[in-house]
Design a protein around this ligand. Structure first.
Ligand code: TGC
Ligand code: FAD
Length: 391
């Protein structure tokens, strides 16, 4: 992928041997196992569950977590593998992000030792699938307004409410669900691990998405769903709990979006060199070269940004939320812009699923919205710069 871009940044030279090996193993998996069917799965609204065990064998589930069967990769290695996955499809990267950075991270960061022992090895091996329920029908950008409640009943909790737009929900074995305990105040938000099969837990699938079609999205419906106290994640109360999980996933998305942008760029570069109009390949036209030069510059800059933040995260252990917002906002906005420009360079062929560009372009519309919309990240940065809250 994108040797033309790598030649401009020599980014590969700055990677360790281990980082390069992980990247090439993931690249091979995507090229051999995902890409030959990507269009077909997209059209059929199908996530290829049969690949989960191979994804797990590559160490990609909870890849940057330590212990409990997780690979313990560095932040940069994790970013690189997510980039490769999203070169295939944002839906493939979403599956891995939600499993590792959201469901597993929440348990790893806030779970009891018994919860970690019980769930994490199964999730790392892909024998169990997790999802993460924060968004609700009336609470998207403003999760502090959630209506889902956890009522105490003796030592149990009874969960009521609904979550929507939940990646992996239709086939998840467990859901990390965020709810307000009794008093309904944002400071009382806690995470609960709800297992499939518990009475009052349903996950109907959402059909008809024109974006991320090969990712399975659904609702989580909780109707007096009773869980015992050992299903509460004890480590954190308040909105900061789920928001700190989002930092992990947003960092990965900033890397992943580069993969989608590169897939579009590679396709447009090949296409414009082959497509002849006015007796020459359109790549000979200055306007086309200007498009390619602009996109190459933006992709290289975005990748250097991701590498900078990745190295910083590895050195400091974490990034400030505003840094993560800057990187997610810049890289996803850049990728969506590239995808739209590449779509135009392919002319009418740009709307066919036979080429990857329209699929990535439509996927990136979701990526632009989820994990904090582009506008929410603008406001996070505005607040960090001015000290003034404009939400
Ligand atoms: P605010 O008063 O600012 O903060 C409440 C508490 O949270 C702390 N905090 C954070 N902590 C860690 N990381 C962050 N990024 C944090 N942002 C805020 C804050 O310090 C405070 O802590 P404390 O201890 O003082 O209580 O909260 P607010 O209600 O004003 O909201 C702030 C806002 C708008 C930035 C936040 O709510 C937000 O990020 N909204 C966007 C929601 C979102 O991103 N949802 C994503 C759902 S998951 C998903 O989309 C998965 S897609 C997966 C896939 O398929 O890949
Ligand atoms: P809204 O919050 O209603 O926003 C609508 C518009 O208003 C946006 O343009 C937004 O930027 C703007 N807006 C909102 N507030 C402000 C403001 N203060 N100032 C200016 N503009 C504002 N959620 C999960 O919990 N788990 C998942 O696994 C998950 N997976 C998803 C998968 C897909 C395919 C999609 C599309 C979404 C997923 N989500 C998930 C939900 C996602 O996080 C939300 O869609 C997102 O947070 C935005 O919420 P909303 O759609 O309700 O939009």
């Amino acid at each position: 992928m994108s040797s033309s871009l790598d030649q401009l940044s020599l980014l590969s030279d700055q990677l360790t041997e281990e980082e390069r090996l992980l990247r090439s193993a993931t690249r091979r998996f995507v090229a051999e196992r995902y890409l030959p069917h990507a269009g077909e799965w997209y059209e059929a609204e199908r996530f290829p569950r049969e690949l989960i065990s191979e994804i797990a064998e590559l160490g990609l589930l909870g890849a940057n977590l330590e212990g409990y069967g997780c690979a313990g990769m560095s932040a940069v290695s994790y970013g690189l593998v997510l980039q490769e996955l999203e070169y295939g499809d944002s839906g493939l990267r979403s599956f891995v992000s939600v499993q590792g950075s959201l469901a597993m991270y929440a348990i790893h960061a806030f779970g009891s030792e018994a919860q970690k022992q019980r769930y994490l090895p199964e999730l790392a091996a892909g024998r169990a699938i997790g999802c993460f329920g924060l968004t609700e029908p009336d609470s998207g950008s403003d999760p502090g307004s959630m209506k889902t409640r956890a009522r105490r009943d003796g030592s149990d909790f009874v969960l009521s409410g609904s979550k929507m737009w939940i990646t992996n929900a239709p086939f998840a074995d467990l859901a990390v669900v965020w709810a307000k305990v009794d008093d309904g105040d944002a400071d009382s938000i806690q995470g609960f691990v709800v297992e499939r099969g518990m009475p009052g837990f349903e996950t109907p699938r959402t059909h008809g998405k024109m974006s991320l079609r090969s990712s399975e999205t659904g609702e989580i419906v909780l109707e007096d769903c009773r869980v015992s106290a050992d299903h509460v994640l004890p480590g954190r109360r308040g909105l900061a709990g789920p928001l700190s999980c989002l930092n992990q996933a947003r960092f990965g998305i900033a890397w992943g979006a580069l993969g989608a942008a590169k897939a579009c760029f590679d396709c447009a570069l090949d296409y414009t060199k082959a497509r002849v109009q006015f007796s020459v390949p359109i790549a000979e036209k200055q306007l086309v070269q200007a498009e390619l030069a602009d996109m190459a510059s933006e992709i290289v800059k975005a990748e250097l940004l991701a590498l900078h933040y990745g190295r910083l995260k590895d050195r400091l252990g974490k990034l400030a939320p505003a840094m993560v917002s800057l990187c997610k906002r810049n890289n996803v906005g850049m990728a969506l812009d590239c995808a739209r420009r590449c779509r135009a360079l392919l002319g009418a062929n740009g709307i066919l699923l036979e080429y990857p560009v329209i699929r990535h372009m439509l996927n990136l519309e979701s990526v632009y919205t989820y994990e904090g919309t582009h506008e929410i990240h603008t406001l996070v940065l505005g607040k960090a710069l001015t000290g003034l809250n404009a939400f």
